[in-house]
Ligand binder design. Sequence first.
Ligand code: F6P
Length: 510
Amino acid sequence: MSVEDAWKALADQASGVLPVREMFAAEPGRLEAMSLDAAGLHIDLSKQAWSSAAFHAAIALARAADVAGRRAALFAGEVVNVSEGRAALHMALRAPTDETWSADGAPVSPEVQKTRAAMAAFAEGVGSGRIAAADGRAFEHILHIGIGGSDLGPRLVWEAMRPLKPKIGLNFVANVDPAEIAAALAPLNPARTLVIIVSKTFTTAETMANARAARTWLETALGEPDAKAHLAAISTNLEATAAFGVPADRVFGFRDWVGGRFSVWSSVGLSCACALGWAAFEAFLAGAAAMDRHFVSAPLERNAPVLMALANVYNRDVLDRRARAVVPYAQRLRLFPAFLQQLEMESNGKPSRRPSAGVVFGEAGTNGQHAFFQMLHQGSDIVPVDFIAVREAREGPPDQQAMLLANCLAQAEALMTGADAVEPHRRFTGDRPSSMILLDRLAPASLGALIALYEHKVFVEGVVWEINSFDQWGVELGKALAGRILGELAGGPAALHDPSTTALIARLKG
Ligand code: F6P
């Protein structure tokens, strides 16, 4: 079947469908066909608004779009990021050590293993105090400086996994807003702090500004030579890390075939490896590798990333749902929506022949219930929801975990079933779609599998939407204009702008 015919066949299945709650009775086997287990996660897509016929038409679309062929090309290290001429091989970073991977025909595994071993040694050294501060005493704190993909993944992993009383503290600074670096530095003791600067390019303006501020803070307290012992860098740009003054043995590289938003598995994760311990970081990698094995080998109709992508494509392109909420019922996953905003919107918010990535937003449950759920239940737009729940609590009063889970299931059920009432304000139309992802425990492996699930979902969506999910040209124009306006705010010659921007610059210059 051609792709065009497959799209048409899918659209044809959208009309005349029963409400989802009625489809369970009308379609025997619906729950079994639309729910599955993958890499330790349970995924239930049966409350999505598709009929069984639409579900199968969506799988036929994935076949017609050659998802299996593109998946093979991705895993073979072919140049799937065509606008930048690169492979996208983040899976190689988390693969078992006996596997061999190539990017654009060149073997990468020896270098990946070398970097992994260096990271393990560094993490162990910082943890044990063997790699110490300038005064010979152990580091007590790490300050991780980076933005976008050099921040969101590690920040999420730390929040999800941090011990209640960490031996080594870890803080993040991303925003160029001077308030963030000031707030981060204020409580820290420079003599006990390791600053890890994380930037794939080592040119990102925000990161370099924060890195300079942190270096000055170290140098002021410790003097220039000692400050160097408190710096480490993660980058593909080794010339720039050297020029910044980071000693070569404190620099951990990665390659351009690792996209920023897919880079938490690389040396970008070093601060987490140091603060959580190497064993936890390895388990995180292994969890993602398990999801890779599932994605690359499971048939499309039993493939978790593929089915999640198709549910999203159906909502976005066929039913015209322009936003999706992601609500983790786990406080430790509260940063997951922010992480997904970059993963999904930077990867797939691009020109395409059909509506592509919509708005992703979210908040931890139950907090979201007391904020935007009113609109999810009764608003004029239908907003599909990804619910994420964790069966076992990691900590805290056990009875509260049951309350948390009850709320999660209740919201999904309420969205689907709705409720009749005489008074209009008590009426819920129901038939509002959701997916449910269940983790047994929030552990490094399940977190790795969860992130990899969404990474591959994004890739599959990109294939169906005919998008290169691995570039981000849309961020360039704003960066260039910011550089120009910065010069003007600093007293440089006025450039040509629209009247509004010109007036605002004048006002800010005072
Ligand atoms: O926002 C654009 C972007 O290039 C992201 O893709 C990337 O994660 C982020 O900037 C940070 O880039 P770098 O790691 O090079 O500092």
